[in-house]
Every structure is written in structure tokens, then in C-alpha cells.
Design a protein around this ligand. Structure first.
Ligand code: CO
Length: 142
């Protein structure tokens, strides 16, 4: 892949998403064992997951449990039955500018390439893990 011309495309780490089979158990680990601020579970039927947000001083952790038969994290949990880090989300200024720069550098954007409204009500895109050091990357417009 070519570079993106040395421009800094990503900003702050927004969240790390962890896929789990048992959201209650995972939420308890963060709330009761680690003492973090943990939200109630929020079903996100548009995204095929139920989400718990863990708020840390500098970023969030999102705990994701499959919701419905076609959950996008079902296959991941088949491969990782104990759960695991599913994706990392970085903030970008303008998501279409970032997408176009990455695509012209040869990176693959998942889906139809058009930003969707993510779990925080902001436009998001996902980037192919094979182009990003084996990690599924989410970009969120800050
Ligand atoms: Co995410």
C-alpha cells in the first residue's frame, strides 16, 4: 500500500470493543472486579449486538454480545469462544476524507464504503484487518 501522503488521519482512541458470549458476566468483571463505570446493557438491533459501555478516563471499552441470528460478531465468537478484542475505534475529523485517502492508498473499506451511523450516533466505517496489522479498525467521525 502507498502512504496517505504523511497526513495524520487518526486522532484519539475512542474505544476498544470486546466481544463476549455473556454480557452480564463481562460487565460484572469491569464493574465489580475492576471498579469501572459500567452502563446498563443497550440492545442495538441495527448492529446485531447488545452493548455495555465501560467509561475509562481516557477512552471507552465496549462489551459486545451477539443479538439475533445474523450478528456480525457470531463468527468471531465461534473462533474465540472465550471472547476477545474484536475491533479498535479511532476518531477522525472528516470520515469521507479519511476514507478517500485510505482507499486511494489501496486500503479496503468494508461494506459498501458509505459511513453508517454507529452505536454513538456518529458516522462510522470499518477497515479490513488484513490491511491494518491484523486488527479490525473502526473509524468514527469525532
Ligand atoms: Co465500535
Amino acid at each position: 500500500m502507498r502512504g496517505a501522503g504523511g497526513r495524520r488521519l487518526i486522532g484519539r482512541l475512542n474505544h476498544v470493543a470486546i466481544a463476549v458470549r455473556d454480557l452480564g458476566k463481562a460487565a460484572s468483571i469491569y464493574r465489580d472486579l475492576l471498579g469501572a463505570e459500567v452502563s446498563a446493557a443497550v440492545p442495538q438491533p441495527d448492529h446485531g449486538v447488545t452493548t455495555v459501555f465501560v467509561t475509562l478516563p481516557n477512552a471507552k471499552i465496549e462489551l459486545l454480545e451477539p443479538l439475533g441470528p445474523d450478528s456480525p460478531i457470531a463468527k468471531f465468537l465461534d473462533r474465540n469462544p472465550d471472547g476477545g478484542v474484536h475491533h479498535i475505534c479511532y476518531e477522525v475529523g472528516d470520515i469521507r476524507t479519511a476514507r478517500d485517502a485510505l482507499k486511494s492508498a489501496g486500503a479496503r473499506v468494508l461494506g459498501d464504503g458509505e459511513p453508517k451511523i454507529g452505536a454513538h450516533g456518529k458516522p462510522v466505517l470499518f477497515l479490513h484487518p488484513k490491511d491494518f496489522a491484523g486488527t479490525l479498525i473502526e473509524l468514527e467521525q469525532a
